[in-house]
Design a protein. Structure first.
Lengths: 80, 142
Protein backbone atom coordinates (compact mmCIF):
# COMPACT_ATOMS: atom_id res chain seq x y z
CA UNK A 1 0.00 0.00 0.00
CA UNK A 2 1.12 3.55 -0.65
CA UNK A 3 -0.42 6.80 0.45
CA UNK A 4 -1.01 9.59 -2.07
CA UNK A 5 -3.06 12.78 -2.16
CA UNK A 6 -5.95 12.87 -4.61
CA UNK A 7 -7.30 16.21 -5.81
CA UNK A 8 -10.57 16.57 -7.68
CA UNK A 9 -11.70 19.30 -10.05
CA UNK A 10 -15.04 20.56 -11.39
CA UNK A 11 -17.57 17.72 -11.80
CA UNK A 12 -15.28 15.27 -9.97
CA UNK A 13 -14.99 17.58 -6.98
CA UNK A 14 -18.74 18.07 -6.76
CA UNK A 15 -19.45 14.39 -7.24
CA UNK A 16 -16.91 13.31 -4.60
CA UNK A 17 -18.04 16.08 -2.25
CA UNK A 18 -14.45 17.07 -1.48
CA UNK A 19 -11.56 18.70 -3.26
CA UNK A 20 -8.72 16.75 -1.74
CA UNK A 21 -8.06 13.67 0.38
CA UNK A 22 -5.34 11.26 1.42
CA UNK A 23 -5.82 7.85 -0.18
CA UNK A 24 -4.19 4.56 0.81
CA UNK A 25 -4.10 2.39 -2.26
CA UNK A 26 -2.67 -0.67 -3.94
CA UNK A 27 -3.01 1.13 -7.29
CA UNK A 28 0.25 1.02 -9.24
CA UNK A 29 -0.61 3.63 -11.84
CA UNK A 30 -2.73 6.76 -12.12
CA UNK A 31 -5.10 4.73 -14.29
CA UNK A 32 -5.55 2.10 -11.57
CA UNK A 33 -6.22 4.82 -9.02
CA UNK A 34 -8.78 6.48 -11.29
CA UNK A 35 -10.57 3.14 -11.63
CA UNK A 36 -10.64 2.72 -7.86
CA UNK A 37 -11.94 6.25 -7.21
CA UNK A 38 -14.40 6.14 -10.10
CA UNK A 39 -16.00 3.07 -8.47
CA UNK A 40 -16.02 4.72 -5.05
CA UNK A 41 -17.61 7.98 -6.17
CA UNK A 42 -19.43 7.13 -9.39
CA UNK A 43 -17.26 9.07 -11.82
CA UNK A 44 -18.83 8.16 -15.17
CA UNK A 45 -16.31 9.69 -17.57
CA UNK A 46 -14.13 7.40 -19.63
CA UNK A 47 -10.48 7.86 -18.70
CA UNK A 48 -9.62 8.53 -22.33
CA UNK A 49 -11.62 11.79 -22.15
CA UNK A 50 -10.08 12.86 -18.83
CA UNK A 51 -6.61 14.03 -17.89
CA UNK A 52 -4.35 13.43 -14.96
CA UNK A 53 -1.58 15.57 -13.50
CA UNK A 54 1.00 14.37 -11.02
CA UNK A 55 2.68 16.93 -8.81
CA UNK A 56 1.36 19.77 -10.98
CA UNK A 57 2.51 18.37 -14.36
CA UNK A 58 0.20 16.72 -16.89
CA UNK A 59 1.09 13.03 -16.90
CA UNK A 60 0.43 9.79 -18.72
CA UNK A 61 -2.24 7.57 -17.17
CA UNK A 62 0.22 4.67 -17.18
CA UNK A 63 2.88 6.38 -15.12
CA UNK A 64 3.69 4.55 -11.87
CA UNK A 65 2.64 6.22 -8.62
CA UNK A 66 5.09 6.96 -5.83
CA UNK A 67 4.22 7.40 -2.16
CA UNK A 68 3.49 11.05 -1.44
CA UNK A 69 2.46 11.93 -5.01
CA UNK A 70 -0.25 14.49 -5.47
CA UNK A 71 -2.57 13.14 -8.17
CA UNK A 72 -4.93 15.63 -9.85
CA UNK A 73 -7.99 14.28 -11.62
CA UNK A 74 -9.35 16.45 -14.44
CA UNK A 75 -12.76 15.64 -15.95
CA UNK A 76 -13.31 16.33 -19.69
CA UNK A 77 -12.31 19.93 -20.40
CA UNK A 78 -14.71 22.52 -21.80
CA UNK A 79 -12.93 25.80 -22.36
CA UNK A 80 -14.03 28.36 -24.93
CA UNK B 1 2.38 36.29 -20.81
CA UNK B 2 1.14 34.85 -24.11
CA UNK B 3 -1.62 32.70 -22.56
CA UNK B 4 -3.39 33.98 -19.50
CA UNK B 5 -6.18 32.80 -17.21
CA UNK B 6 -7.94 35.79 -15.72
CA UNK B 7 -10.86 36.60 -13.47
CA UNK B 8 -11.00 40.16 -14.84
CA UNK B 9 -13.23 41.34 -17.69
CA UNK B 10 -11.57 40.80 -21.09
CA UNK B 11 -11.45 43.98 -23.13
CA UNK B 12 -10.74 42.98 -26.77
CA UNK B 13 -9.77 46.54 -27.79
CA UNK B 14 -7.01 46.71 -25.17
CA UNK B 15 -5.84 43.16 -25.85
CA UNK B 16 -5.46 43.93 -29.55
CA UNK B 17 -2.88 46.65 -28.83
CA UNK B 18 -0.45 43.92 -27.72
CA UNK B 19 -0.47 42.48 -31.25
CA UNK B 20 0.73 45.57 -33.05
CA UNK B 21 3.97 44.96 -34.88
CA UNK B 22 5.45 46.91 -37.74
CA UNK B 23 6.00 43.68 -39.68
CA UNK B 24 2.34 42.64 -39.49
CA UNK B 25 -0.07 43.26 -42.33
CA UNK B 26 -2.91 41.17 -40.92
CA UNK B 27 -4.67 40.77 -37.60
CA UNK B 28 -7.22 38.04 -36.84
CA UNK B 29 -8.99 37.90 -33.49
CA UNK B 30 -11.56 35.49 -32.08
CA UNK B 31 -13.96 36.19 -29.24
CA UNK B 32 -15.89 33.38 -27.57
CA UNK B 33 -19.05 34.78 -25.95
CA UNK B 34 -21.40 33.36 -23.36
CA UNK B 35 -24.48 32.16 -25.25
CA UNK B 36 -27.99 32.02 -23.80
CA UNK B 37 -28.68 28.44 -24.86
CA UNK B 38 -26.96 25.07 -25.15
CA UNK B 39 -28.38 21.73 -26.32
CA UNK B 40 -31.89 23.14 -26.30
CA UNK B 41 -31.72 24.47 -22.72
CA UNK B 42 -31.95 28.14 -21.79
CA UNK B 43 -28.72 29.18 -20.06
CA UNK B 44 -28.72 32.05 -17.56
CA UNK B 45 -25.09 32.16 -16.50
CA UNK B 46 -21.83 30.27 -16.78
CA UNK B 47 -19.06 29.48 -14.38
CA UNK B 48 -15.58 28.67 -15.61
CA UNK B 49 -13.01 26.92 -13.44
CA UNK B 50 -9.37 26.24 -14.35
CA UNK B 51 -6.22 24.82 -12.87
CA UNK B 52 -4.40 28.07 -13.45
CA UNK B 53 -0.77 26.92 -13.40
CA UNK B 54 -1.30 23.90 -15.63
CA UNK B 55 -3.71 25.78 -17.91
CA UNK B 56 -1.19 28.57 -18.48
CA UNK B 57 1.62 26.08 -19.08
CA UNK B 58 -0.41 24.06 -21.60
CA UNK B 59 -1.65 27.28 -23.18
CA UNK B 60 1.91 28.56 -23.58
CA UNK B 61 2.74 25.26 -25.35
CA UNK B 62 -0.16 25.83 -27.77
CA UNK B 63 1.05 29.35 -28.52
CA UNK B 64 4.59 28.04 -29.10
CA UNK B 65 3.18 25.42 -31.50
CA UNK B 66 1.34 28.16 -33.41
CA UNK B 67 4.66 29.99 -33.90
CA UNK B 68 6.27 26.77 -35.17
CA UNK B 69 3.46 25.94 -37.59
CA UNK B 70 2.52 29.35 -38.97
CA UNK B 71 4.42 32.43 -40.09
CA UNK B 72 3.06 34.79 -37.43
CA UNK B 73 4.35 37.87 -35.61
CA UNK B 74 2.37 37.78 -32.36
CA UNK B 75 -0.03 35.32 -30.70
CA UNK B 76 -2.02 35.93 -27.51
CA UNK B 77 -4.84 34.15 -25.72
CA UNK B 78 -6.77 35.03 -22.61
CA UNK B 79 -9.50 32.95 -20.91
CA UNK B 80 -11.87 34.07 -18.17
CA UNK B 81 -12.67 32.13 -15.02
CA UNK B 82 -15.40 32.74 -12.46
CA UNK B 83 -19.05 33.54 -12.98
CA UNK B 84 -19.92 35.09 -16.35
CA UNK B 85 -23.11 36.57 -17.74
CA UNK B 86 -24.74 36.16 -21.14
CA UNK B 87 -22.79 38.13 -23.73
CA UNK B 88 -19.54 38.29 -21.72
CA UNK B 89 -16.32 37.51 -23.55
CA UNK B 90 -15.14 34.16 -22.17
CA UNK B 91 -12.08 33.70 -24.36
CA UNK B 92 -10.07 35.93 -26.65
CA UNK B 93 -7.45 34.91 -29.21
CA UNK B 94 -5.43 37.41 -31.21
CA UNK B 95 -2.86 36.83 -33.94
CA UNK B 96 -0.90 39.20 -36.13
CA UNK B 97 1.10 38.11 -39.18
CA UNK B 98 2.62 39.49 -42.34
CA UNK B 99 -0.22 37.94 -44.36
CA UNK B 100 -3.83 36.98 -43.62
CA UNK B 101 -3.58 33.24 -44.34
CA UNK B 102 -1.22 32.53 -41.47
CA UNK B 103 -3.19 34.81 -39.15
CA UNK B 104 -6.49 32.99 -39.82
CA UNK B 105 -4.88 29.55 -39.54
CA UNK B 106 -3.00 30.30 -36.32
CA UNK B 107 -6.06 31.87 -34.68
CA UNK B 108 -8.15 28.80 -35.52
CA UNK B 109 -5.39 26.51 -34.26
CA UNK B 110 -5.10 28.27 -30.90
CA UNK B 111 -8.83 28.28 -30.12
CA UNK B 112 -9.32 24.67 -31.25
CA UNK B 113 -6.37 23.35 -29.23
CA UNK B 114 -7.36 25.44 -26.21
CA UNK B 115 -10.83 23.92 -26.19
CA UNK B 116 -9.43 20.41 -26.54
CA UNK B 117 -6.44 20.48 -24.19
CA UNK B 118 -6.43 23.22 -21.57
CA UNK B 119 -7.78 22.28 -18.11
CA UNK B 120 -10.76 24.64 -18.04
CA UNK B 121 -14.25 23.52 -17.09
CA UNK B 122 -17.63 25.09 -17.75
CA UNK B 123 -20.66 24.84 -15.52
CA UNK B 124 -23.96 26.00 -16.98
CA UNK B 125 -26.76 27.44 -14.85
CA UNK B 126 -30.06 26.77 -16.59
CA UNK B 127 -33.30 28.75 -16.45
CA UNK B 128 -34.88 25.69 -14.78
CA UNK B 129 -32.56 26.13 -11.78
CA UNK B 130 -30.53 23.03 -12.65
CA UNK B 131 -26.80 23.13 -13.35
CA UNK B 132 -24.53 20.96 -15.47
CA UNK B 133 -20.84 20.55 -16.27
CA UNK B 134 -20.41 20.70 -20.04
CA UNK B 135 -18.91 17.59 -21.73
CA UNK B 136 -19.04 15.55 -18.50
CA UNK B 137 -20.78 12.22 -18.13
CA UNK B 138 -20.30 12.40 -14.36
CA UNK B 139 -23.49 13.82 -12.88
CA UNK B 140 -23.77 15.49 -9.52
CA UNK B 141 -25.84 13.45 -7.09
CA UNK B 142 -29.06 15.32 -6.30
Amino acid sequence: MIEVTARYFAAFRERAGRDTERVSTRARTAADLYGELARRYGFADSMTRCKVAINDELADWNVALTAGDEVLFFPPVAGG
Amino acid sequence: MSFKITSAVIDPATRKLELEQGAAGACVTFEGWVRNHNDGEAVQALEYEAHQAIAEKEGARIVAEAFERFDVEAVRCEHRVGKLRIGDCAVWVGVSAAHRGAAFDACRYVIDETKARVPIWKKEHYASGATGWVNCATKIAG
